[in-house]
Structures are given as structure tokens and as C-alpha cells.
Design a protein around this ligand. Structure first.
Ligand code: HEC
Length: 99
């Protein structure tokens, strides 16, 4: 294999693996949600599942809980503990879970 081809293949493979692992590892803070909102559809809980949900919906819901626009029993308090960036990362991770 010519070195240039090897290099190109490595760039493609390395970049794609890097992106995949970044989303597979639960981001900081996600464990604060997964006790109630399970990370798998196979687990049944009384709480709304977030797995596979549109991340924008999750972010909007959290912002509404935080502002008091959307009433909550616990989520209004939980929402206050996270920044928008943290919620965006958690929402993207939940959206990417397929099981
Ligand atoms: C103690 C259990 C608990 C934890 C922990 C928790 N939630 Fe919730 N979540 C709920 C309950 C209960 C509701 C329904 C609204 C309410 O009563 O507050 C809810 C509702 C939601 C909703 C709205 C779903 C919908 O479609 O109506 C979103 C989005 C959400 N939670 C995201 C999160 C995120 C993100 C985290 C972590 C930062 C989290 N939750 C942590 C219990 C929890």
C-alpha cells in the first residue's frame, strides 16, 4: 500500500472511530437522569423515556421546566442544576441510544 493511501485510510478510520466513541460514552451528568429515565427501551419505568427522542425536544422541555413555564414535580428542580450546554450534550447522547 502506498503511504498516501494508508494515511488517507487512517484519517477516515480514526476520525469515524473517534466520533463514535465520543457519543457512546455517557457524558457527565447523564447518570443524574438515567436513574429515572432509563438508557434502554427494554427497561420499563413510569418515567417518560428519553432514548431515541429528538434532542431539541429534551432541551426545550428542560428550559421550560427551569423557567417554570412547564410544571414539574421533580424536573423543575433538576433542570436548575444543569447548564444548557450540559443538557444539550446529555440530550444528544440519549437521542443516539438505539436500544
Ligand atoms: C427523580 C427522577 C428523575 C430524574 C433524576 C430525572 N427526571 Fe426527568 N422526569 C421525571 C418526572 C417525574 C418527569 C415528569 C415531569 C415531573 O413530574 O417533573 C420527567 C420529565 C422529563 C422530561 C419531559 C418529558 C416529556 O416528554 O414530557 C424530560 C425532557 C426530562 N425529564 C429530562 C431529564 C433529564 C435530561 C434528566 C437529567 C438531567 C432528568 N430528566 C432527570 C423524573 C426524573
Amino acid at each position: 500500500m502506498k503511504p498516501s493511501i494508508f494515511l488517507a485510510a487512517c484519517v477516515v478510520l480514526c476520525l469515524s472511530t473517534g466520533a463514535a466513541s465520543a457519543i457512546d460514552v455517557a457524558p457527565a451528568g447523564a447518570a443524574a437522569c438515567s436513574g429515572c429515565h432509563p438508557v434502554s427501551r427494554a427497561i420499563e419505568t413510569p418515567f417518560t423515556p428519553l432514548v431515541g427522542r429528538n434532542p431539541t425536544e429534551i432541551v426545550t422541555a428542560i428550559q421550560e421546566f427551569r423557567s417554570g413555564q412547564r410544571p414539574g414535580t421533580v424536573m423543575d428542580r433538576i433542570a436548575k442544576g444543569f447548564t444548557d450546554d450540559e443538557i444539550k450534550t446529555i440530550a444528544a447522547w440519549y437521542a443516539a441510544q438505539k436500544d
